[in-house]
Design a binder for this molecule. Structure first.
Ligand code: CDP
Length: 216
């Protein structure tokens, strides 16, 4: 009897501070799969651009910054700053930047056994064939509150109103761009975490994935 190799590819997409990263990490731990936070790739391009003094308004310079990715480790503290996030949100709209990052994400998604990837276009562009797709969302006000708490915990001063404006701006950019806009992928299950505690959101995400596995 031939036992087919079991491969589980999970795509998790959603807007800023929706809880997608926490859920993706928990799913990876639960199913013992490798995890890629694809937002970090865009943040790393932003940091690389900042370090060589490039202009975020120039697609040419942003694409050039991709070459500097190998010099930025995943634990680099600059990756998590608000500045890196906001420049990432701008340069991620450039088709040239997205094209330069596609292959490494697809390779990660193609590994034996499967993987969990989270971002904005995993279920639509990177892995439309994923075994299960989640679209994690929450009300902008709730996401702003979460982001403020996260920043304060890291010792970064943060004001709710400013953060809310930033979140709304990022949503508009991510959803409105021509290339790979943030949208619920075909076949994705929506998980609204507005009123869910972290543990509840993770439990619900696992239930949704299990239902997809059972149906396939
Ligand atoms: O969670 P947060 O929005 O702060 O940031 P992130 O997930 O680290 O992503 C940073 C930026 O990269 C986002 O604002 C998106 O515009 C962009 N991004 C993207 O375009 N495509 C992805 N697959 C992941 C992130």
């Amino acid at each position: 009897m031939i036992i087919p190799a079991i491969s589980l590819l999970i795509a998790v997409d959603g807007p800023a501070a929706s809880g997608k990263g926490t859920i993706a990490r928990a799913l990876a731990a639960h199913y013992e799969l490798p995890h890629m936070d694809t937002g970090l790739l865009y943040r790393a391009v932003a940091v690389s651009l900042l370090r060589f003094g490039g202009d975020p308004g120039s697609e040419f310079e942003a694409v050039r910054a991709v070459a500097g990715l190998c010099q930025i480790g995943p634990e680099d503290p600059e990756l998590r700053t608000e500045l890196a996030g906001s420049i990432a949100s701008r340069i991620s709209a450039y088709p040239g930047v997205r094209a330069a990052l596609v292959e490494r994400q697809r390779e990660f998604a193609a590994q034996d056994g499967g993987a969990v990837l989270d971002g904005r276009d995993i279920g639509t562009v990177i892995a439309p064939h994923a075994s299960a797709k989640l679209y994690v969302t929450a009300a902008p006000e709730v996401r702003a509150q979460r982001r403020v708490a996260e920043l304060l915990e890291r010792g970064t001063p943060a004001h709710y109103e400013d953060v809310l404006i930033d979140i709304r701006g990022r949503d508009a950019r991510d959803k409105g761009r021509a290339e790979a806009p943030l949208v619920r992928a075909e076949g994705a299950d929506v998980l609204d975490t507005s009123t869910l505690a972290v543990g509840e959101a993770i439990k619900r995400a696992i239930e949704l994935i299990e239902a997809r596995i059972a149906a396939s």
